[in-house]
Design a protein around this ligand. Sequence first.
Ligand SMILES: Nc1ncnc2c1ncn2[C@@H]1O[C@H](COP(=O)(O)OP(=O)(O)OP(=O)(O)O)[C@@H](O)[C@H]1O
Length: 259
Amino acid sequence: MTNEIPILKVKGLTVYQGSYLAVRDVSFELLSGTDTAIVGPNGAGKSTLVKAVLDLIPRSAGNIEIFGYPITRLRSLRRLLGYMPQNFIFDRSFPISVSELVGLGWMLENKRGNSFFQRLWGQDREKSAAVVKALQRTDAYHLRHQAIGTLSGGQLKRVLLAYCLVMPRKLLVLDEAFAGVDVQGAADFYALLNELKREEGWTVLQVSHDIDMVSRHCDRVLCLNQTVVCTGQPEIALSPQNLLATYGPGFSRYQHHHN
Ligand SMILES: Nc1ncnc2c1ncn2[C@@H]1O[C@H](COP(=O)(O)OP(=O)(O)OP(=O)(O)O)[C@@H](O)[C@H]1O
């Protein structure tokens, strides 16, 4: 259900990457239970924007409020936030299984009233059940015993999404989560996001290059090219004029590729 509570408020955000002005004076809000896509050409500042919004890189100007708090005071609320970065770089010989990785996303909740050992045992069972459910939801359960270093690109995306889903979240931030996932897989992922949004009230912010999927599945679109070019419902934000303004004249070839 969509209601009018802003989960995230970004005002006047400006970010430099080294000496390069990557994001300039960006403002937007995310309403609870909505799925917003950030689109724009390569180098437009999309990844920089989401990293700065999550306070993972410094900003030179701007205010960010998340769940009603300044981002710097997020601390214990971080578990309400799932983030899947564009690239996940790791040593492929690192001996950790898919289940173990997904389990790392599960955090202890402070439950009172039981003894230490009861809590420990209960939480272990809860964690195992949550890992199984998350892997089933992303169609990666069959990979659970595999070492993460042996996964294909698309399989790894499924497992990383399971890592994000293993806890209930309020905000899920995905940076090209579906790049490299096959067509059926991407459609399944969008169906899953829809379920999380409608049935569990999650809010989604996703960077995507798939204009076709975005126009079919997202509630709002933010067109970015260093700064916000336009924002609104997909049918408005992705009009030919707005796409031209965002991507420049080369876009028609890209769009053709998707039709
Ligand atoms: N660590 C860095 N140091 C210097 N410049 C950087 C760094 N990271 C990004 N940039 C530059 O900042 C600009 C924005 O990069 P960013 O990765 O945010 O773009 P993007 O819209 O996510 O691109 P893509 O669609 O290719 O993933 C680019 O010009 C890039 O070269």
